[in-house]
Write a protein that binds this ligand. Sequence first.
Ligand code: SF4
Ligand SMILES: [Zn+2]
Length: 395
Amino acid sequence: MTLSVRSKPYIIPEYSLTGDLLAFLTCGLQYRYQNKGTLPPSMPIQLWFGEFIHGVLEEAYLQWRDHNLKEFPWDWEKEIRPIEMLIDKRMRARGLNPPSNLFCPYNEEGHKQGFCMDLNHPHKLVASQRAEAAINTWGPHLFPLITSAEVRLKGIRDMPHYQEGFSRSNYYGITGIVDVISSVNLEVHSSSNLLVKFLEEDPLFKEKVQALDSKEYEIIMDYKGMKRAPLSSSTWDYHKWQILTYAWLRSRQEESSPVVKGILFYINELVPFTKDMQDIKEDVVGENTDIIPQGNDLKKILKWKTNNPPPRLSEEFKTRRSLRLVDVKPDSVHRSLGEFDQVVDEIENCLLKEIKGKGIQNSWEARPEARTCDACDFRTFCNNPDPLSQKPTVP
Ligand code: SF4
Ligand SMILES: [Zn+2]
């Protein structure tokens, strides 16, 4: 009797744009340690807030939909705080504890002080102020337009430069989660809706919708727990890239309609704190932003000094800065997929180098940059951290 030999398992490597590609582009070596090592990464503050605000907005939408909470503004203590506590609990269950200067974790007065300033819990710290502003600024306009939330997308592409016996697989998978898919019908929604108003002001959007065969079309939306990215930054390009990639993935799903636009929400713009204000001022002075302050807003920003509290800017300016429209065109979608392939190719090459025994630090390129290295768990054994990053201190 001959025994059949079991063939090698057929694997298709999967890549997500945010979890893999962007992390790899930030620093290849850090990505390798974080993803392929066994150490769970500690969470930089920005990542914690990103997860938190996604969770809060998603849950707020569900409550709005299912419990008829249609009146805005919502009261922070009565309506928003319970949502925050729920999301905090879920995140803790995954080992993600809130940074104590960002979020008060206690609900009752008199609970031990912890890291809070007094015993009058709950405190509306930065994360809560932003959650409240996001819900009350965008909730009334955004929630009625949502057709689905948290939509998982998956697609398959040919492995770039596939070589038999050398490449890991002839295909690779792309995955992603869209925060919101919306089908805005301009004929149905009135222009007292702020999102509709911004879309109506956009000539590219109108032109595109008029050229469609059917009245059905979609908009992809994504929340970002950060300030608006500067025009010349790679983050600005990556966010566009993300929308275009998701648009392609969405177009492969049967029930989809053409995606005509992407909308990004930069949540920190609604409540900017010192670091955000510093960056906003820098963008304004360096003409590195598309939403430029006028009149009083401009004066206040230029006059502001870092050791003063951030100035009170107009609601209109903050709202505008928190919203970004991204045009979805076939040729730019095509280009972004080409770039996706290219980065996957780079990651696969690093992996193959490591498999061949070149050692981790020789296989994965470190991209030292002070801000990334400061928050990097692997700084102590990295051969090449940014010299300006802070030396690790003993707590
Ligand atoms: S210390 Fe800096 S260069 Fe080294 S792995 Fe971390 S982020 Fe990359
Ligand atoms: Zn507190």
